[in-house]
Write a protein that binds this ligand. Structure first.
Ligand code: ATP
Ligand code: MG
Length: 425
């Protein structure tokens, strides 16, 4: 047989496909992150993969890298300006407002989501143009316990996956009482530094973001910069102290990181990031914070809110970095191997019955011989094989083979389902 190229097409730059068996790990990670939030009363929300560009330029911020450099935008045939969603919060809040979820008199509205996000970034390990997040948002309440709840749920999710080498960085960004004075003080300080033109522009639009600059040359100059924690008003201090106390009481360790910012006016108070130490420079596995002003920025009423988004791709990389293999249930428990036409029909019927009874069962398709069929059975990870030929059928039995021990015994055709259900426990 001549070898032909598999396909002319490849996954676009900065993207990758999830294929079995690795895809099972991604699914398990998504489920592990979702499990704690579901147990905490968060309801599932799904929004479109694209929105009006305007939602993100307002809801993420005109001065952020996401909006200025990373958005995939398009004009529809009808002339609408759309963007593939680069993040989840703005869309979720937009959808909650649109559905009037905040008007049920039952605040906070607690929502979780899971899906694909798109950013035009320079692809590298842990940084892709298509990636996957699970997120949670609690809309419409200002309560330190809510901030603490979300952080604890994320920590519990990571822990349930067996992750150990992650750290929680915590900060408070203050609020509209105390931040303006701090902002001015920081601008004064930054204007005295030797910075490139782009960064100087940032001083005017988004000075807090300069603190977050990853470049060593910038970080060196930031020694001695005024820190927000020394400028917090009493209310913000008390709020932050309560978040910290609740986290400590829950056994959640954190590190104060006064430079951790989300430098936009509608981000307030609590801000946090989870970093993993085995991931090199793409170390952030998740992040979030309070965004009390966002609702108003997108035309809604005042709805103080808090949320996070955890990166699925980087969480999977973190598992690898720690050498963690998730214990995933075998996708197939029973594998049926028919020998001959009559057995094929009978066993196929049995496979359907087993599946309907809840036993994960697969079948040797394609008229394979016994040897190849048994190879498929072993590869499937199934614990049991069901083998039947004409003589077995004449005797009203199938051979039940334990693929672990190699033992094989005949089982009456009619009792196969109940036997296998019992064997499953
Ligand atoms: P970074 O500083 O690494 O660019 P970010 O601050 O842009 O991260 P967020 O917007 O807070 O990230 O998104 C939350 C999480 O989503 C991140 O902590 C990360 O795990 C994941 N994430 C963000 N961008 C990407 C990407 N391009 N590829 C893979 N995962 C990503
Ligand atoms: Mg980024």
């Amino acid at each position: 047989m001549t070898k032909v190229s598999v396909s002319t097409f490849k996954a676009p730059k900065g993207t990758y496909d999830l294929t079995p068996p690795d895809s099972a790990v991604y699914l398990a990670v998504r489920e592990a992150i979702a499990a704690p939030v579901r147990r905490a009363g968060y309801g599932y929300i799904e929004t479109p993969g694209f929105e009006q560009v305007e939602l993100f330029s307002r809801g993420v911020g005109e001065s952020t890298d996401i909006v200025t450099k990373e958005m995939y935008t398009l004009t529809t045939r009808g002339g609408d300006q759309l963007a593939l969603r680069p993040e989840g919060t703005a869309s979720v809040l937009r959808a909650a407002l649109e559905a009037n979820l905040h008007k049920g008199g039952n605040l906070p509205v607690k929502l979780w989501y899971s899906g694909s996000y798109y950013r035009y970034e320079r692809p590298q390990a842990g940084r892709y143009r298509h990636f996957s997040q699970v997120g949670a948002e609690a809309i419409g309440a200002e309560d330190p316990a809510l901030d603490a709840e979300l952080i604890i749920l994320a920590v519990d999710a990571y822990k349930s996956l067996g992750l150990r080498n992650f750290r929680l960085l915590l900060n408070s960004l203050g609020d509209k009482e105390c931040r303006p004075a701090y902002r001015a003080a920081l601008q004064d300080f930054l204007r005295g530094l030797d910075l490139d033109e782009d960064t100087r522009r940032r001083i005017d639009i988004n000075p807090l973001r300069v603190l977050d600059d990853k470049r060593e040359s910038v970080q060196q100059q930031l020694v001695g910069a005024p820190m927000l924690r020394d400028h917090l008003c009493e209310a913000c201090k008390a709020y932050h102290e309560q978040v910290r106390e609740l986290l400590t009481a829950a056994g959640v360790a954190f590190e104060d990181d006064p430079k951790l910012v989300r430098g936009l006016d509608y981000y307030t108070r609590t801000t946090f990031e989870f970093v993993h130490d085995g991931l090199g420079s793409q170390s952030a596995v998740g992040g979030g914070g309070r965004y009390d002003g966002l609702s108003e920025m997108i035309g809604g009423p005042a709805l103080p809110s808090v949320g996070w988004a955890l990166g699925v791709d980087r969480t999977v990389l973190a598992l690898k970095a720690e050498g963690i293999e998730l214990e995933l249930p075998a996708p197939t428990q029973v594998f049926a191997v028919p020998l001959g036409e009559e057995a094929r029909t009978k066993l196929f019927g049995l496979v359907t019955e087993l599946r309907r009874a809840g036993v994960a069962t697969d079948f040797a398709f394609g008229g394979k011989g016994l040897k190849n069929a048994m190879k498929s059975a072993n590869r499937s990870g199934a614990r049991y094989a069901l083998v039947a030929g004409e003589r077995d059928l004449a005797d009203g039995v199938v051979q039940l083979k334990d693929l672990e021990s190699g033992e094989q015994r005949p089982v009456a055709f009619d009792t196969v389902v109940s036997e296998l259900l019992a064997a499953q426990g």
